[in-house]
Design a protein around this ligand. Structure first.
Ligand code: PRX
Length: 648
């Protein structure tokens, strides 16, 4: 094996893939050896999907921040680690070198310690996209605390339930932030949540604006004041490979969100390996002799928020462990106008640009001159993530942003998988619109038929449900506090397999196209939303008896939400009530979960066992009523016609 993490030709990819199947442990050993460990692991892999249990690099001792920071200092110390681009284009960008980031992380790690945070404690982060978010998460990892980042668009109810689920001891936030022209009062959201979160002992507040901030004596402390009290050096806590690195909540098809648990060693190895190979940035893990001879001027920008897994793995951990320059953008694509992304690409000489189809579709709707007035000549690689990319969006992206000569990597993966699973390697794997193409080394996808049998690949195209039959290093290890649910959701559909919840098509050459969710999760603008929590929120409205949420096709969001609502007898169905219902969802979950359409119905179509027939509701919402199937066996068949007649 070469002394690098990067594959550089399709032949090398194929060889690595074959090796990863034939000798998975040997394959991953060679990659893991390129990182900095205090002690080598005793056992590469132990797994049993029936329990389910997966352990990688057991017995290995390390700290991920030494891999993301310390080991780069000697040769890449003065290289920019993070470029921060503020919401307001007239405010200055910040360039933070690896050396500076190292100091800031260690310094803030001492703030955590000084406030009683120890190895294993959970710390909730509710932060805007500012470098301090990266600093806080790495500071947690430095001392072995477990971060739980809550996307700063979620409501106070959502913050509180996530804090309580994992009993976080500390909350880190900012006073407020501007998103476009709109101020968002993060601390106020937190204050509301804090009324019901008894485990929180300390709140650290970063002052992002000069607005006065209400602070609770004894509990709430300003970031800068706390820094003054502590030293700057902080040795890394030596962790086990299988210790928890973070918890990240994702929607489930039922009930409360699932706190997916990722552990340190495997996550680090896999996110770095996939970052280096999928994006082919100039940089890769610098333990090899030749690394620093390579050009080091790529600028990689992933537009995701760090509150999602994409930000965890491919803004922070993967790129930093690989020694790359990673961009963090605080704002939104539409401010001050819809040319902002392209303006930033030119300003920072972005070489690698990674975004979501929903953003591409929204930008493609704008006048092309907003793109064309920018040069975009620095761009070499484009990426897509979060939902299927439709053909039209793919071509627009390819022609107008990539100018026809920047490979698009359509990366399929999930919060649960930790890193990219199926994707082209930039410039190496032949790309094809709407196809995520081929599995990465180490990934063994399978398609399952309706009977639960594997559809073998016999150079024939087929469609089925996507499962994975062998563990990879960054698979989530459990759901925090609920291992049984982890087993039920991911390992019960098929024996000895991880079930993804997605459907997929595989062509005769083995290339995959992801067709979308096959469960009650809806992907809206690339955000993974469970229908059950939204229904629960709606049902809490005093006028509402029952509700059902389904997705319907939307030209920008990909999928948007349609709510069918039944009311208690004497309630009046009017626009005022529709607004109240949408607000109710916004307050309980967040604005992203607001249904686009609300239809009042006299009843919901149900099976005789009382299950809502979402398939029918989905078809009606999509205005596709040609083939509703047999509705006569329903408990209340008449309601179907009524719903069709009044569809909005
Ligand atoms: O349905 C798939 C879709 O997003 C789901 C995972 O959502 P989340 O855990 O929030 O992670 C999103 C970022 C990794 C998947 O089950 N999805 C993600 N990427 C793609 C995709 N669907 C099609 N093509 C993709 N490239």
């Amino acid at each position: 094996m070469k002394d690098t993490l990067q594959l550089s030709s399709f032949a090398e990819y194929k060889e690595a893939y074959q090796e990863s199947i034939n000798n998975p442990e040997k394959f991953w050993d060679a990659i893991a050896e390129k990182f900095y460990w205090h002690k080598r692991w005793d056992k590469t892999l132990e797994w049993d999907f029936t329990k389910p249990e997966v352990k990688w690099f057991e017995g290995g001792k390390l700290n991920i921040t030494e891999n993301c920071l310390d080991r780069h200092l000697e040769k890449l110390g003065n290289k920019t680690a993070i470029i921060w681009e503020p919401n307001d284009p007239t405010e200055e960008s910040r360039h933070i070198t690896y050396k500076q980031l190292h100091v800031k992380v260690c310094h803030f790690a001492n703030v955590l310690k000084n406030n009683g945070i120890k190895k294993g404690d959970r710390v909730c982060l509710y932060m805007p996209m500012i470098p301090e978010l990266a600093i806080a998460m790495l500071a947690c990892a430095r001392i072995g605390a477990i971060h739980s980042i809550v996307f700063a668009g979620f409501s106070s109810t959502a913050i509180a339930s996530r804090i309580n689920d994992s009993a976080c001891k500390m909350l880190i936030t900012a006073n407020e932030v501007y998103r476009g022209a709109k101020p968002v009062k993060l601390k106020e959201m937190c204050d509301e949540a804090l009324k019901t979160t008894p485990s929180i002992e300390t709140v650290i507040v970063y002052r992002r604006t000069v607005e006065p901030t209400p602070m609770q004596e004894g509990r709430d402390k300003f970031w800068f004041d706390e820094l003054q009290k502590v030293e700057k050096e902080c040795p890394a806590e030596i962790m086990d490979a299988e210790d928890m690195l973070f918890i990240l909540y994702t929607s489930g098809s039922t009930g409360k969100p699932k706190g997916m648990v990722h552990t340190i060693g495997g996550y680090m190895v896999y996110t770095t390996y996939t970052f280096a190979n999928v994006f082919q940035c100039d940089h890769f893990a610098p333990t090899g002799q030749d690394i620093h001879a390579k050009k080091q001027d790529d600028v990689y920008w992933c537009t995701a928020d760090i509150g999602w897994i994409t930000g965890h793995s491919y803004i922070i951990y993967g790129p930093l462990a690989a020694g790359a320059t990673t961009v963090m953008f605080e704002g939104v694509p539409s401010y001050p106008d819809y040319g902002r992304f392209w303006e930033i690409c030119d300003k920072l000489n972005v070489t690698h640009f990674y975004t979501a189809p929903t953003a591409i579709r929204a930008l493609a709707k704008q006048p092309l001159e907003l793109v064309d007035k920018h040069n975009l000549s620095s761009i070499k690689v484009l990426g897509s993530v979060g939902e299927p990319i439709n053909e039209e969006a793919w071509h627009w992206y390819n022609d107008n942003i990539g100018k026809g000569n920047s490979p698009i990597v359509d990366t399929w993966w999930q919060t649960e998988t930790g890193g990219v699973m199926i994707s082209p390697l930039a410039g190496i794997t032949p790309t094809r619109p709407t196809f995520a193409t081929l599995p990465l080394p180490g990934i063994q996808p399978v398609l399952m038929d309706a009977e639960g049998k594997e559809i073998e690949f016999k150079s024939k195209s087929s469609e089925g449900r996507l499962a994975i039959k062998f563990p990879w290093p960054s698979i989530a290890r459990t759901i925090y506090g609920d291992h049984q649910r982890y087993k039920d959701v991911y390992f019960s559909a098929y024996e000895n397999m991880y079930f993804t919840g997605d459907g997929a098509y595989r062509d005769a050459t083995g290339n995959y196209r992801i067709t979308g969710r096959v469960d009650d999760v809806v992907i809206v603008s690339g955000h993974n939303l469970g229908t059950a929590p939204i229904e629960n929120a709606i049902n809490e409205h005093l006028s509402v008896a029952e509700s059902a949420i389904v997705g319907f096709p939307h030209d920008v969001k990909g999928t948007a939400l349609y709510a069918y609502v039944t009311l208690y007898n004497d309630q009046i169905a009017d626009d005022g009530l529709i607004n109240e219902i949408r607000e109710q969802v916004s307050n309980t979950i967040g604005p992203i979960a607001k249904p686009d359409k609300v239809q009042f119905v006299s009843g919901l179509p149900k099976t005789r066992s009382g299950k809502i027939m979402r398939r029918i509701l989905r078809k009606i919402a999509s205005k596709d009523t040609s083939n509703l199937g047999d509705t006569s066996t329903l408990l209340n068949p008449d309601v179907v016609q009524e719903i069709m007649d009044n569809v909005v």
